[in-house]
Each structure stands twice: as structure tokens, then as C-alpha cells.
Ligand binder design. Sequence first.
Ligand code: IPM
Ligand code: MN
Length: 352
Amino acid sequence: MVKNYRIAVIGGDGTGPEVVREGLKVLNVAANKFNFTYETKEFDFSGRRYLETGKLVDESDIAELKNYSAIYLGAVGDPKVKPGIIETGVLLKLRFALDQYINLRPVKLYNSVYCPLKDKLPEDIDFVVVRENSEGLYKGMGEFQNKGMKDEVAIQISHNTRKGVERCLRYAFEFTRKRNKRKKLTLCGKTNVLTFAWDLWERTFNELAIEYPDVTTDYAHVDATTMWFVKNPEWFDVIVTDNMFGDIITDLGAMIQGGMGIAAGGNINPQGVSMFEPIGGSAPKYTGQNVINPLAAICAAGMMLDTLGEVKAAKAIEDAVIKIVSTKLKSLGAGKMGYSTSQVGDLVAENL
Ligand code: IPM
Ligand code: MN
């Protein structure tokens, strides 16, 4: 039986719609080639819509999205909206309300010429960050005391539950096993200073490790992790960390794999609806110029197919991306690729 998927598409702001268009172009070719079908519906969640209507993502939107197989997101964020509103009202709202408790970010160098590190080859930079995506500092807990006064205090709490930590760690162990590369899982934390949160993380990690004797475990402080990303990225296979640290280290990860033009991620609810996105943001200054690199969005579409079970199609997309970055593109940067946004989409589609 031919499988059919329902994809909710959120183009969003800035260059989001442009890169999503290329991702859908590639998806269309993949569907024909690998014999699945899909239907899409566009959802207008964006800074632009917020400015026009005051609307963000509400409960009825969430209820509707729950009927989809996956969500494909371009980028949200408009420089005319005060920072924090769209982030909380759209992106984090979707992640939290759909309980996408894993943020999966592969860091893979496809061509060493795009790597800012000296003498690093594709085989040296090939790891995955499993970022907890529903708790920690992102829960937004805290308060002001004496706001505006000379003795003001601002408290921001990292809220970690045993349940939340355990489900993230278990996902990471399972993922490391299934990835079946070096089968090494590194916990990235800060046990030497943040002695409540990271005690819970470390204890839970060590308990679960007993159930996964085939997975080698390791621990690295987050500050040292950033150092090793630059010095010895080849040490890593899978890294698991909390929401805040994961946010920070994956931007560095994106840089060593060649930049935001190629970095994709998935917000995963293993039992529910997951959402896939290029992690680079809406890049307002490149909007509408057909110069932005769509490969991150195309790779995100590949991750979406992989998660949906279309493993062959996902692999074919990745292979096509590797082929064109090795043989065609001059750079992964916006405006420097030697091709326009839509031409890069065409190249991937033709090479599928
Ligand atoms: C990311 C982004 C978001 C985050 C912002 C836009 C809320 O930086 O996806 O990494 O902090 O998670
Ligand atoms: Mn980020």
C-alpha cells in the first residue's frame, strides 16, 4: 500500500518561505521516486501575521496540527516585532504544546572546504546533538524582585524533572544504539557548578547506562565541549544535553559543519507530531532575493522523511546534497553559492 503523509507547512518569515519552497520541490521528486504520496496545508504563523492581526499560535491551531504526520517549518521572526514574542508565541509554543521533547541536530561536514577548522575531514565531523527540548531554563520560570530598584533581583530557574530528563536520556541511548556508528554517548553538562540539575542528569544517565552495555558512555563539561568541537570534533558520536546548553553548542556545531546554510534540525515527539526546520532563522536581509542557501531546509525535509520511515528517500536526499556540495557549490553562504536559491533546489532535485 502506498503511504500518504499529511504535512503541515509553515513558511514563516523572511527567507523561510523561499527555502521551504525548495524543500517541497525536493520532497515532490522524492515522493515520485520512492513511491509515497503526501498532501500539504500551509499554516500562516509568522511575525508578519502577528503584526497584522495580533495572532500567534493558539489552542485550536495545536489541536489541528495534531492531525498531521509532520510539520515542516521555514523560519519565524520579524525584526519589527520585539524579541521574545514570536519565539515564545510560535516556535516554543509549538515545541511545548506538541511535546516535542527532543531537538535532534546532526553536525556533519559534507565537504572539508566549507569547514573553518584546519585539516578536518568529513569523517572527523560527524556527530549528533540530542538536545532536551521541553524543560530547563526554557520553561520560563522565575521572577523579578524589586523590579526597577537598585536592589533588583532577577531569578531564572532551570526546571528539570526526573521524567523529562529520563525520557531525553533514553531517547539518546536508543538513538546511539540505532545509529550504530561508534556507539558512544557523551553527556554534556556542568556537574562542577550546577550541582542540582546536573546531579539529576548524571545519576539518571549512569542508571540508564546499565541497560545499554553496548553503548560507551562519556561525560564532558559544556565549556570543554565547545573547546573540543574546535580541537577534536572526531571524539564525538552522540551528545546529549539540556535545552540551554544544546541551544548554544549547536550553533557552534552548525559553524564547524559549514554554517547555517546547511544546518538542519528536528523537534521530535517520538509518539506524536514532529517538526523539522533549518536552524538558521529568517535571515531578513536576504529576503526575496533568491540568494539564501536552501540546503538546510532540504536536509530538514530529509530528516522529516527519515523520521516518517521513508529511510531510502531520506538517504537519497542526503546523497544528492553531498553530491552537489562536492561538485557544484562554490560556498554554502547566502549569495556566494554560484547558484540562486531555486537553482540549488533544482540541482538537488535533479540529482535525486
Ligand atoms: C533555536 C533558536 C530558538 C531556541 C529561539 C529562536 C527561541 O535559537 O532553535 O536554536 O533558543 O531554541
Ligand atoms: Mn538556537
